[in-house]
Design a protein around this ligand. Sequence first.
Ligand SMILES: [Zn+2]
Length: 452
Amino acid sequence: MENSINSHSNRWRTLFALWALLALSLPASAAWQAGVARVDITPTEPIWLAGFGFRTHPFDGVRQHSFVKALALQDDQGNRTVLITSDLLGFPRSVSDPIAARVEKQFGLPRERLLLNSSHTHSAPVIGNMLLPAYPIGDPELAVIQRYTRWLEDQVVEMIGRSLHDLKPADLSFEQGLAGVAVNRRRVGHRDYPGPVDQDVPVIAVRGADGSLRAIVFGYACHNTVLNDYQVAGDWAGYAQAALEKAHPEAMAMFIQDCGADANPLPRHTAELAEGYGKSIAAATEEVLNGKMRPLHGPLSAAFVRVDIAFEPPPSRQELQSRLSSTNEYIRRNAKLLLQRLERDGKLPDHYPYPIEVWQFGKDLTFIALGGEVVVDYSLRFKRQYGFDNVWVAGYSNDVFAYIPSRRVLLEGGYEGGDAMLVYGQPAHFTWTVEETIAEKVDEVVKRLRAQ
Ligand SMILES: [Zn+2]
């Protein structure tokens, strides 16, 4: 009898062990489906490279091919969502809006389920109307930019279609590492300034049903400004993606630029440094991939809103006309652009409709994607508010049209809240309410999504 009881409980123990083994080897969130696609956007026609005002001619070589990449996700409720990353300076609204409209029409993807981020590489073509007063260019160069932009829009829409066609069972997981590449660049020339940086390396791993890696989504908050010559390149983020794809040939590496508006990789300006920083960020990502990652569950709920952020009063027509004879070329070009707008609209805008997109992955991750060049204070603020372990704050998303200074940065002064507005063609600085206006709207959206 005793023996029989023992053999009975042994059988149960074996069955339980088998069940546990099976449960562990199954993907933790098999309800996901994921699809990936990419398109090579390396320009062929001579075109101006974006981000620096001192360049005097179009690109004359290719250091690295540049790409736009798509990750399509479908959660267990059938919601489809697409993340776009790119080796571009930024998607201005004049480019992202037409793409989003076509994607909604062709694939039924609502605006809040498309997110366009850019690495902010300063070695990619100028697109749309972004940062135009920064460059000494005329109509012939603008015609090339318009032609390339239209071609790019077609390529991105077609690629999104391919990513949706590629959907198959997948498993998502998340964790973060750290890397010490970013330096708060406002301390250059202002040793006394505080030097906050966000050195987190958030990573989402997308694995297929067989456990193999299909996509590696990784973020960091730092300008891609190591390279400043005439070669097309993804800068350090391009090298980081290339290193990860070399180590994982079966996977696509996608870089997300976080709130790195006031961070630079320092020192700069050689290809060796760009490659070295890329390898550092790739190594930090590898550490996360090789460690224990937390499963990401659905459903994936999403919101996209615009909130008006206020400008200081704009300059008068008379003031703008006097600026046309300024010795500063950026002031002259900004004045010319604003006078055209004044002519067209009868007035200059007193606010900008600021895009905020939030994705909530079940109870596991809140992904906040902000428009513009966002300074680090926003990232640290939202992580403090909502949690450092389960919050990802991206900048450079959906519309890059200005720097987004915090209250602190506005009070301190300097480029990010000041002269940068000129080269972006904006009429005036943002008022000191900008941070609170954005934070209040983010809070409203995050609370709503988290409550669902
Ligand atoms: Zn920038």
